[in-house]
Write a protein that binds this ligand. Sequence first.
Ligand code: E4P
Length: 218
Amino acid sequence: MKFFIDTANLDQIKEAQDLGVLDGVTTNPSLMAKEGITGKDNILQHYLDICEIVDGDVSAEVVATDFDGIVREGEELAKLHKQIIVKVPMIKEGVKAIKYFSDKGIKTNCTLVFSAGQALLAAKAGATYVSPFLGRLDDISTDGLDLIADIRLIYDNYGFETEILAASIRHTMHVINCAKLGADVMTGPLSSIDGLLKHPLTDSGLAKFLEDAKSFNV
Ligand code: E4P
């Protein structure tokens, strides 16, 4: 399972990268705005800064909603750096653009996916990644994990190569359950990765080992 961090915060990206388990980064316009990144040049530079920190794929989202605009923005983003994945919303014009990008060998991440039908369409169009938002489904009393399981089943039935990128992850149990269901990738906040480390028996066990090791006089 690949681990992506879902932030545009450079310090948090560095911290996850330093742990040695980071495979990529996802951003969206809200995450960029949260870091105060505005203006086209600053936004493009910020994507480059992220690519400097990590080795893997970095999703950069288009904001156009018409085919020509999505293609124009996406091609510019793709040219920026080889690690950039063009993130395209699950709308009709977006599906057309994903097919266009796929034919040109440009990698895409189909975002804002909330149903198995949308995921099927994204795979048919040749998306590199599909991003089902499980946290936002949980927020409206719908089990987001059911969607991950449905997409896994459908993609396996037909051998679709589109990778399931479980998005809108909120906590460690989302990560663990997505891993059990066979999601290819998860993207979540730093806390969802750091949280995997924690167990009170590890802490108490280590404290005892260190206490007993004092007698070694090393
Ligand atoms: C990532 O690709 C998504 O944009 C992100 O995971 C959405 O997460 P949120 O529902 O916590 O905003």
